[in-house]
Design a protein around this ligand. Structure first.
Ligand SMILES: [Zn+2]
Ligand SMILES: [Zn+2]
Length: 258
């Protein structure tokens, strides 16, 4: 069995010094491939450096909406250069975060559109972070020219109705361990309507360990096995069959070698 963690932050503090061990444990837990996701230019460079070092590790390069107010024309040029690296499989994460509003909304909007343009230009998929900004996110996608790049809504926290709109727009949806949390009924309802040809898995580690490991403060890719088991059960499927379909979707989406 083979699973792919489509969104982890191995460059973040609690994980950065022990990536080799983290990836060993990950493989032992059937999470054979990981994508480490950049959140600004420096972090994206680190993500690429790790991806160069390890076979089954890939990188995504992007600037998080939190950082939108610091972005210059030069950072966008740098991002474009980084995105051409052979181990970069996606642009992002970027999008809109109206929960924290660390950057003004117009800056977040502009940055989001710039990422869409880069993804389209380079023919790479885009990883969207959308928090308390569902309508605005959909509006940007509505206004952006056709065809859209391939898109995944990461760490999906919307309703089943919203999930349906995302699928109608032709996008994929990825779930973290949050779906296993007791109070996450809404996320489970959303997961129920997402077919496996559009569904992907992620840890978003070091945050949010899934149940029954929620007490483990530092999440890591190995724990994604619990999320996979949980969702397979939710879908009424065997784990092997579930993993095989979701991994096929993931390989196709990120254009990963088989
Ligand atoms: Zn995010
Ligand atoms: Zn993230």
């Amino acid at each position: 069995m083979e699973l792919i963690d489509t969104h982890c932050h191995l460059t973040f503090k609690p994980l950065v010094g022990r990536v080799r061990d983290v990836l060993e444990r990950s493989k032992a837990a059937s999470v054979t491939t990981c994508i480490t996701v950049g959140t600004d230019i420096e972090d994206s460079k680190k993500a690429i450096a790790f991806a160069e070092k390890f076979d089954n590790l890939y990188a995504a390069v992007g600037i998080h909406p939190h950082e939108a107010k610091t972005v210059t024309a030069e950072s966008i040029e740098q991002l474009k250069r980084l995105a051409r690296h052979p181990k970069v499989v996606a642009v992002g994460e970027t999008g809109l975060d109206f929960h924290y509003n660390f950057s003004p909304r117009p800056d977040q909007m502009r940055l989001f559109i710039q990422h869409l343009q880069i993804a389209k230009q380079l023919n790479l998929p885009l990883i969207i972070h959308s928090r308390e900004a569902f309508d605005a996110t959909m509006e940007v996608l509505e206004q952006f020219g056709r065809p859209l790049p391939e898109i995944v809504f990461h760490c999906f926290s919307g309703s089943a109705e919203q999930a349906k709109l995302v699928l109608q727009r032709g996008c994929c949806i990825s779930f973290t361990g949050v779906v296993t949390f007791k109070n996450a009924e809404k996320t489970r309802n959303a997961a129920s309507v997402v077919t496996l040809d559009r569904l992907m898995l992620e840890t978003d580690c070091p945050y949010m360990s899934p149940e029954p490991m929620r007490k483990q403060k530092i999440n890591e890719p190995a724990l994604m096995l619990h999320t996979a088991k949980f969702l397979a059960e939710l879908k009424g499927m065997g784990l092997d069959d579930f993993a095989q379909q979701v991994t096929a979707t993931t390989r196709r989406f990120f254009n990963l070698p088989v």
